[in-house]
Design a protein around this ligand. Structure first.
Ligand SMILES: Cc1cc2nc3c(=O)[nH]c(=O)nc-3n(C[C@H](O)[C@H](O)[C@H](O)COP(=O)(O)OP(=O)(O)OC[C@H]3O[C@@H](n4cnc5c(N)ncnc54)[C@H](O)[C@@H]3O)c2cc1C
Length: 398
């Protein structure tokens, strides 16, 4: 449905293409390489690549950005059943969460072709207690001990392999780098006990779309642009993460919380229903009377290649400038003709008392500086910008 809608809106939709590689040039992602179903190589280049690869988290793997959650490190073991019991009538497709008291939970999700996906999520230590190790043995022991699940699976036939995922929750160290943005599960996936996956995927999709659109209009798709994107999503993720954390703590019960603080019902409902960026500080104060909550993880900010830029600038006693955040007046830009700016890869940013301040990526390039001073017949003062920033500004102003 989503694909058809995208096509109808004018997007080019390519199906059955497998992406194998991010194309990086000068530390910037400029596209992807992959393979069609019939094995033909295929390459796409774009000013920005959005990684929406779901839990595979393609770029997170390639960039070594995976961050484990110190608290929500559950294991999931699951398989599929054909012909298992379904609720009657309109509820035949209803998803059920069956609790394993104080330990974890089962999902039971009816799918098409009379299949049901069923899995258990809990601490690895609990699932492998008494030396039970194989996914099949773990799954069988847990289902036998849960009467609701047992009864529902009884009339069905187990089909296909048993799957296992360690560290079901994952976070990405960065949401973006030059030329790349992570969206949906590819950015972050939380333990799915409260079914927050689709909500976060849709929220990040909309936010990513809006932010990229603004970036295209401003001719600036630098990673800095995605700081607010990251902060909004991470704030939402951290709120949901607190609720999930409380759920798993044996000392906590939603009943105790709402008995003591009836107003918490509305707050918890808002968070569960996706209003995750609301100010929940009062709710967390109430919850913390029962259980301590985890600190936010310091992750998700875009990777900004400022480290190298800052080091270069410091070495030459120059300031660092972020060109994406400057609005350079036309008369300043006009001081340096386009062919000179492009040839020497510089951006004029200020003129004062016969001194022209320029942004340059490599302040050690003395030849360029000498030539410029000679050509412009002015004193040249330096500020340092990253190479992608210079590239972006050249495209924007010249
Ligand atoms: C069995 C199951 C039940 C779930 N139930 C719920 C639920 O009830 N509620 C809820 O909110 N969430 C649920 N989720 C989670 C939810 O499906 C995800 O959070 C959501 O789909 C994430 O959307 P996404 O667009 O980020 O990624 P996805 O929907 O996973 O889409 C990623 C796409 O990228 C493709 N892809 C990945 N790597 C490559 C590659 N290298 N080349 C080309 N294509 C690639 C994949 O094939 C896939 O089509 C469930 C997940 C599972 C597995």
């Amino acid at each position: 449905m989503l694909m058809e809608n995208a096509r109808a809106k004018g997007a080019i939709v390519q199906e059955e293409v497998s992406i194998k590689e991010l194309i990086k040039e000068n530390e910037r992602v400029v596209g992807v390489r992959g393979q069609t179903k019939t094995g033909e190589p295929i390459e796409y280049r774009a000013p920005i690549t959005l990684d929406c690869s779901g839990k595979e988290a393609f770029a997170v793997g390639r960039n070594h950005w995976r961050v484990r959650d110190p608290y929500l490190n559950k294991v999931a073991v699951w398989t599929y059943y054909k012909g298992a019991m379904r609720d009657p009538g309109i509820d035949e497709g209803a998803t059920t969460v069956a609790y394993v008291p104080e330990k974890g939970w089962f999902w039971y999700i009816p799918q098409h072709n009379d299949m049901v996906s069923v899995g258990v999520v809990a601490e690895g230590k609990y699932l492998t207690r008494d030396g039970v190790k194989t996914p099949e043995a773990i799954f069988k022991r847990e289902t036998e001990q849960n009467s609701w699940i047992n009864e529902h699976l009884d009339c069905g036939k187990q089909t296909g392999p048993y799957f296992v995922i360690n560290e079901y929750t994952h976070h990405a160290k960065h949401c973006a780098m030059e030329g790349l943005l992570l969206v949906g599960d590819a950015f972050c996936f939380l333990d799915p006990v409260f079914s927050s996956g689709l909500m976060f995927a849709l929220k990040s999709g909309v936010l990513a779309g809006d932010t990229v659109h603004e970036g295209i209009l401003a001719n600036d798709l630098s990673p800095q642009r995605f700081s607010a994107y990251s902060r909004t999503l991470r704030t939402g993720v951290e709120n949901m993460r607190k609720l999930i954390y409380a759920f798993y703590d044996p000392k906590f019960s939603f009943r105790d919380l709402t008995d003591k603080y009836p107003d918490a019902v509305g707050e918890v409902t808002d968070c569960l229903s996706g209003d995750v960026n609301k100010d929940f500080s009062q709710l967390w104060k109430w919850v913390e009377e029962f259980v301590s909550l985890p600190e936010p993880l310091p992750v998700g900010e875009p990777l900004i290649r400022s480290d190298v830029t800052i080091a270069k600038a410091a070495h030459f006693g120059a300031e660092v400038v972020n060109l994406g955040q400057l609005k350079i007046p036309d008369e300043i830009i006009a001081t340096v003709p386009a062919q000179i700016a492009k040839k020497y890869r510089i951006i004029p940013i200020q003129k004062h008392n016969g001194t022209l301040t320029i942004a340059i990526a490599d302040p050690s390039d003395l030849d360029t500086l000498d030539s410029l001073a000679h050509l412009m017949r002015m004193e040249i003062s330096l500020q340092v910008a990253s190479e992608p920033d210079i590239e972006m500004a050249l495209n924007k102003y010249y």
